[in-house]
Design a protein around this ligand. Structure first.
Ligand code: ADP
Ligand code: MG
Length: 578
């Protein structure tokens, strides 16, 4: 009898709604997870056209018998769960018996597999969900699944895909997560016949180079904690090396890359006051828990889990980090208490050292004093400013965002106008992670437009020229930061309606591409005072003055209003005064 069976309806009813195969990356993720569940020690992934033309995942795992192979692609058939009780303690990555069925529904698929008990394997090819070929296959023990023409029969899905580069980036991201969590497994990845990742079995630390640059890894502090219930191990950056973003934070629970805001916040809290509010550590943390305490059935793509006894996990994590940090030597020279220089690096784009040059709080304004009226802050969110017509109500964050955006845009276009760059005396080979290389390939034109010039040799990027403005900067660090910022913009915007994306604009007769615009808007948003920030009278006045001087000052760069004028006439009407 085969191992794969149809799940009984009462279990089907309990599993969280469907595997979501929305993009090639999820196909790759599901197929790798199946290989991992089959105890493979080597997994090969071959892609064509960002996975849209072909995805092959080939493993040396346990394989499937012919009987099992014929069951594997049907809906809700699995070998991993058979009783309801098992749903409470899932030890495998898959358990819903849906992935192969969902992939089969939107592609042509060929499955080949052989177990150690069989002298020869079986091949099954399906088109539009129907078997078109069934034969024997000479092959080593393991499984090879090849997915062709993804979404051919679902053009609706295809429409929502991003550029091929972006889809490839998502695939690589998924592979990186799996490879980082499984250093004991070798991975080989090719794209259009070119080898893009070849990972031998390694210790965990070298695998981290998949997620982090050397710069970060060199500074990593190891953390560890273990008791009868929970094991925590991994790495965090020390307080001296913090970031304005959270995308360098990676959490794995029982080897799954998961998002958990509560735990991520806790990591930051463990740093106490050594990190200011808008700075975050980078980390890669692996938490191991008994399977019965982790419910992975709460999210369709299993990207979130629910943990029983979360407090215990939180206390373990907190202890692990605090004790590791307390062993650290304090480094006052670049302490998080003085983040200005880091901030400058991070918030630079196209030659804008934002804090120093354009932050309105640093501008000593002598003209245009607001004399007669005093502003008042409302709930640390709004500013009420009486004027001769009545009063203006200002959204402090939206207003500041608009001010900064206009200033950044103007500095940006000035720089573009000059487009000053210098060739480096010595060409510099960049030490980029795979993800970064991919991003650079995708966005090279933006960096070119502001004065960077690159050359590619043997798959490495070499910097030939840089914007003049950056001569004193660490080029590699700067490029990495720029790439990181660009990545965030894509992530932010992937949730937005594409119709509402900013269109390319002309600013001072210079064409500013929409990517740069988004970047500037993003930086403005990051730098702007937040809702909830207390402002002094002076600060409120300066904000109002700056807003008055800003063109397009009625909305923020994302289109939200910055201010509302309420007139005495309107008030009189409301209060039924004549
Ligand atoms: P699930 O992983 O949730 O069980 P899938 O649709 O992904 O569901 O796979 C169905 C079944 O096919 C699995 O339970 C497993 O028995 C078998 N299978 C899939 N891929 C492989 C593989 N690479 N090696 C061995 N068995 C596999
Ligand atoms: Mg699966």
């Amino acid at each position: 009898m085969g191992k794969i069976h149809l799940l009984p309806p009462e279990i089907v009813a309990k599993i969280a709604a469907g595997e979501v195969i929305e993009r090639p990356a999820y196909v790759v993720k599901e197929l790798i997870e199946n290989s991992l569940d089959a105890s493979a020690t080597r997994i090969e992934i071959h892609l064509q056209d960002s996975g849209l033309r072909k995805i092959i995942v080939h493993d040396n795992g346990s394989g499937m018998s012919k009987e099992d192979l014929l069951e594997s692609f049907k809906l809700h058939t699995t070998s991993k769960v058979s009783q309801e009780q098992q749903l409470l303690s899932i030890a495998s990555l898959g358990f819903r018996g849906e992935a192969l069925a969902s992939i089969t529904a939107v592609s042509d698929i060929t499955l080949q597999s052989r177990t150690a008990n069989e002298p020869i394997g079986t091949l099954i090819a399906l088109k539009s969900g129907k078997i078109i070929e069934e034969s024997t296959a000479g092959m080593p023990v393991g499984t090879s699944i090849s997915v062709h023409n993804l979404f051919k029969s679902a053009p609706g899905r295809k429409k929502f895909l991003k550029s091929k580069q972006t889809e490839l980036r998502h695939i690589i991201e998924q592979i990186i997560y799996q490879a980082a969590a499984h250093p004991e497994i070798a991975f080989l990845v090719t794209h259009n016949g070119k080898r893009i990742m070849d990972l031998a079995v390694l210790e965990q630390k070298p695998r981290l180079s998949l997620l982090f640059s050397r710069l970060i890894q060199d500074k990593f502090v190891a953390i560890s904690f273990k008791d009868a219930y929970v094991e925590v191990q991994g790495f965090v950056t020390p307080p001296q090396l913090s970031f304005p973003i959270t995308s360098k934070q990676h959490l794995f629970i029982n080897c799954r890359h998961v998002a958990d805001n509560q735990l991520a916040r806790l990591v930051k809290q463990a740093f106490g006051t050594s990190l200011s509010g808008n700075r975050y550590p980078a980390f890669c943390i692996f938490i191991q828990l008994p399977f019965e305490f982790v419910d992975v059935n709460v999210h369709p793509r299993k990207e979130q889990v629910s943990i029983t006894n979360k407090e215990q996990v939180m206390s373990a994590l907190s202890q692990a980090i605090k004790s590791a940090l307390s062993r650290q030597e304090p480094d006052f020279s670049s302490s998080g208490l003085f983040p200005l220089s880091q901030e400058d690096i991070t918030h630079s784009f196209a030659g804008l050292t934002l804090r120093e040059t354009v932050n309105p709080w640093l501008v000593r304004d002598s003209e245009q004093k607001i004399n007669n009226f005093e502003p008042t802050q409302l709930h640390n969110l709004y500013i009420v400013m009486p004027n001769k017509y009545g009063f203006v109500l200002i959204d402090q964050h939206a207003a500041h965002e608009r001010i900064l955006y206009e200033q950044y845009m103007s500095a940006f276009t000035k720089r573009m106008q000059k487009s000053e760059f210098i060739f480096l005396e010595e060409e510099k080979i960049l030490d980029l992670t795979l993800g970064e290389k991919n991003l650079l390939e995708e966005r090279e034109h933006i960096l070119n437009s502001i004065g960077f010039k690159f050359k590619k040799k043997d798959d490495e990027y070499i910097v030939l020229a840089i914007p003049k403005m950056f001569t004193k900067r660490n080029i590699e660090e700067l490029i990495k930061e720029l790439l990181e910022n660009m990545k965030n913009i894509v992530i932010l915007n992937s949730f937005q309606d594409p119709k509402k994306m900013p269109k390319p604009v002309r600013h001072d007769e210079i064409f500013v591409d929409s990517q740069s615009q988004k970047m500037l808007a993003f930086l403005a948003c990051r730098q702007a005072i937040m809702a909830g920030d207390k402002l002094s009278n002076e600060e409120m006045k300066r904000l109002i003055e700056q807003l008055a001087k800003t063109e397009n000052n009625s909305t923020c760069p994302h289109g939200r209003p910055t201010k509302i004028q309420v007139t005495i006439e309107e008030l009189n009407k409301v209060f039924k005064r004549k």
